[in-house]
Design a protein around this ligand. Structure first.
Ligand code: NOJ
Length: 474
């Protein structure tokens, strides 16, 4: 029983969040939030990821990804669905990018599918894959939309997983070849790059808890996956910097501020341990501070994965750090939970609204985590590369009145503005997500899009939240 609770705790700690808020109509009349308040250079965008939207998972020469494999096993995806068709963005990219333009966003974050470029992970290159991303990039540029590319958003080639995936140190070589190709093929037009998407999420959910692809479990796997991902993060940054002229190089982190259950000191100690795991594990090595072993001693095992001089290879001076925040954690001390010695208070007990992911809506948390990150000297710039919410979106005469989502955006954006007005260098905000899409192990049920997708007909419908942004961005 304790073990089950512990897995649940780690999995929510790994993935993020949960809280509420009674939606006050904060913005009306003269107080209304407007785009100008964020300054003319603030980047407004939408975020997506290849495996979640593209479809065409086994077509045009693409190799199998770990998510194609994982989802083919019964029970791995809650709804037994797969990314095979998703939003069919592979065929509808032109009209979908036109939608971005129509809504007034000028930045589009998407990821490159590694197995679409290298079906076997390395070696033979699939020209169809290169052509596809060239088309996506060119369409963006023709419409005046700036592309922001993530190199790794969780769809590892299955061929590499067959050799151990992130637990095999050879991933440094495989990743390096993949990054070189992307930099050389697309770097003439793409200047904004993110090396990894949420390394804590894919290593903990996929290699420790086994609830995401590739479904591996155990600390031994986890520690080697973490260390190799941290090395690839800095290596990828260096390759981009050396091969792309005027590159703006970043990486992204899932993060959530941690609050103590009450002021009792033992809960504050649990906060420290959670914070080391949830927010600092990948950030601090990238800043040259090493792993946060002092506050979470079990991380000492990471040192067993070191080869000569690794401690000096973990840092890279990123141009920006991508913050991906949805909620917060409230934790209390609990000696029965291994290592973290703390338990997350269930979000629904905190009295605020929760989303379809059971995450607490807690706008102040975004401000708090931006502030926490901005206190590191080594962070030059912060971009909010993901923020958004899944709510139940009912069709009402062909329309979706997603007021909860509209309020969510207003309240979270107010917190971004608050940070900016205090002089914090936060320079952009990307909505997760443009389209309803494949939400990993949850399947297609949670809908995060500004645009509703009917997955049977591939019809798109602008939700009220999309129209709210359209008006806001005018
Ligand atoms: C984090 C991930 O980057 C993205 O793929 C996921 O769909 C969203 N957050 C929502 O869970």
């Amino acid at each position: 029983m304790q073990r089950r609770i512990w897995i649940k705790q780690l999995s929510s700690a790994a993935l993020y969040y949960n809280p509420i808020v009674k939606y006050a109509s904060l913005f009306s009349g003269d107080d209304a939030l407007n785009k100008k308040m964020f300054g003319k250079d603030f980047a407004w965008g939408v975020s997506t990821a290849a495996a979640q939207i593209e479809g065409a998972a086994t077509e045009y020469g693409k190799g199998k990804s770990i998510w194609d494999e994982f989802s083919s096993h019964k029970g791995k995806i809650k709804t037994d669905e797969s990314p095979e068709k998703a939003c069919d963005f592979y065929h509808s990219y032109k009209t979908d990018i036109a939608l971005i333009k129509q809504l007034g966003f000028t930045n589009f974050r998407f990821s490159i599918s590694w197995p679409r470029i290298f079906p076997d992970g390395y070696g033979y290159m699939n020209q169809n894959g290169i052509d596809f991303y060239n088309n996506v990039i060119d369409t963006c540029l023709e419409l005046g939309i700036t592309p922001w590319v993530t190199l790794y958003h969780w769809d590892l080639p299955q061929a590499l997983q067959n050799k151990g995936g992130w637990i095999n140190r050879e991933i440094l070589l495989w990743f390096s070849e993949y990054v070189h190709i992307c930099a050389n093929k697309f770097g003439d037009r793409v200047k904004n790059w993110m090396v990894l998407n949420e390394p804590l999420a894919f290593t903990s959910l996929g290699y420790l808890l086994g609830i995401h692809a590739p479904g591996m479990k155990g600390f031994k796997h986890f520690f080697s996956a973490v260390h190799h991902a941290a090395l690839c993060q800095s290596l990828g940054g260096q390759i981009l910097r050396n091969n792309v002229e005027d590159a703006n190089v970043g990486t992204t982190f899932s993060c959530a501020p941690i609050y103590a259950y009450n002021e009792n000191n033992k809960h504050n100690e649990a906060v420290k341990r959670y914070d080391a795991f949830v927010n600092r594990l990948f950030l601090e090595p990238s800043l040259g501070l090493g792993y946060p072993i002092h506050d979470l001693p079990v991380l000492k095992h990471l040192e067993k994965c070191y080869k000569s001089n690794d401690e000096n290879k973990l840092a890279f001076d990123f141009d920006f750090i991508g913050i991906q925040n949805y909620t917060r954690y409230v934790v209390r001390d609990n000696i029965f939970i291994p290592y973290l010695h703390g338990l997350q208070v269930p979000p629904k007990k905190l009295g605020n609204d929760t989303t379809d992911m059971k995450w607490e809506v807690y706008p102040d948390g975004l401000y708090k985590i931006v502030k926490q990150f901005s206190a590191y000297k080594g962070i030059k710039k912060i971009m909010i590369t993901e923020n958004g919410a899944a709510f139940h979106d009912g069709l009402d005469n062909g329309l979706i009145h997603d007021n909860q989502r509209v309020n969510y955006f207003k309240e979270y954006l107010a917190q971004v503005l608050k940070a900016k007005n205090e002089g914090i260098n936060v320079d952009g905000y990307f909505v997760w997500s443009l389209l309803d899409n494949f939400e990993w192990a949850e399947g297609y049920r949670p809908r995060f899009g500004l645009v509703y997708v009917d997955f049977n007909t591939q019809q798109r419908i602008l939700k009220d939240s999309a129209l709210w942004f359209k008006d806001f961005l005018k």
